[in-house]
Design a protein around this ligand. Structure first.
Ligand code: ZN
Ligand code: ZN
Length: 340
């Protein structure tokens, strides 16, 4: 019982290798998690492809982790073996930079630690994480459901709740994909008048089922004009990676409206400065959240029934799951399970 299976990458663009490793012991301040499920995120590509500076290989990817506290290192207060926990994009911070001293751990300037990038992540049966990065999974929420909420979930939930939009406001979710299908659900459950924007009409029935009261096909309609017809958006949550699509929706912001960017854009945005000034409009980015934000996401999802649509792959099929995710065929999140 001292060995575990893990899926590692040994060099940039190298294959996923399933290997047997020693089960790690938690040092001071750290906790060992027996992993039940780990979502596959597009950002796992930075480990697979080696595009994140300073990655030490071999590395086990994965930052959408759900499991059970298995062993607690000395000084890791607040957690006991047997608790169900998740770990997400925010997997640690330096504790002494200006951001950390302001309690804003996610924007740590010195050593932001992302599981699967800074240290071994969730494509394994066990992992070690700092105690302060754990989020409690509420009873009744499965590990497969909790995993994707630890990155895709907290990013959409936390950005929406900090966007300044209030119940009844018009909020548009740009993109109906891995992030967008969660964004629509959260926006609707938060009481926003929710608009989904996507290319084509294929996704309209699903978007409406997820809670959108309006749907804009950006292939046949100008999303900016349509949003203005509806009164102008308080928030456009951009979950796509197309700078062109973001630019096309920007003009749909109402007075004091905000474009909130979650997807890394492939091209520069086109901005009409006069339009931005005249209506006090703004653009901001939003980076996930801390462990308590993740815990809030899990609790809200349990409460309101928000769930990621998932396709499950066993750990040994990590390569297939990753391929499925990256090709855009996943509807909408791929999740690895360990059988633990
Ligand atoms: Zn992610
Ligand atoms: Zn810091």
């Amino acid at each position: 019982m001292s060995k575990m299976r893990a899926v590692q990458v040994t060099r940039p663009n190298g294959p996923f290798e399933i290997v047997e490793r020693e089960i790690p012991e938690p040092a001071v301040g750290l906790v060992r998690i027996k992993i039940e499920a780990c979502g596959i995120c597009h950002s796992d590509a930075v480990t697979k492809e080696g595009t994140w500076p300073g990655i030490q290989y071999p590395r086990v990817p994965g930052h959408e982790i759900a499991g059970i506290v298995d062993a607690v290192g000395t000084g890791a207060a607040g957690w006991t073996a047997g608790q169900r926990v998740g770990v997400g994009w925010h997997g640690g911070h330096c504790g002494y930079c200006d951001s950390c001293r302001r309690g804003d751990f996610v924007t740590c300037q010195v050593a932001p630690q992302i599981p699967g990038i800074a240290y071994d992540g969730g494509y394994a049966e066990y992992m070690i994480a700092p105690a302060g990065t754990l989020a409690l999974i509420p009873e009744g929420l499965s590990a497969v459901d909790a995993g994707p909420l630890m990155c895709a979930g907290v990013t959409t939930f936390n950005s929406l709740r900090n966007s300044g939009a209030r119940p009844g406001d018009l909020v548009a979710i740009l993109g109906v994909g891995g992030l967008g299908h969660l964004g629509i659900q959260f926006a609707a459950k938060m009481g926003f008048k929710t608009v989904a924007i996507a290319r084509g009409i294929e996704k309209e029935p699903l978007a409406r089922k997820l809670g959108a009261s309006h749907y804009i096909d950006s292939q046949t309609h100008d999303p900016a004009a349509e949003l203005l017809n509806l009164g102008g958006a308080k928030v456009v949550l951009a979950t796509v990676t197309s700078g062109k699509a973001m630019s096309a929706a920007l003009g749909g912001l109402g007075v004091n409206g905000k474009l909130v960017i979650l997807g890394a854009a492939d091209a520069a945005l086109e901005i009409n400065a006069f339009f931005m000034i005249g209506g006090r409009r703004s653009i901001m980015g939003w980076p996930s959240g801390s462990s308590i934000d993740s815990q809030d996401t899990l609790a809200f999802s349990k409460l309101t029934g928000v769930r990621a649509m998932t396709q499950v792959f066993p750990l040994e099929r990590a390569a297939d799951g990753y391929e499925h995710m990256m090709s855009g065929r996943a509807r909408f999140r791929a999740v690895l399970t360990t059988g633990r």
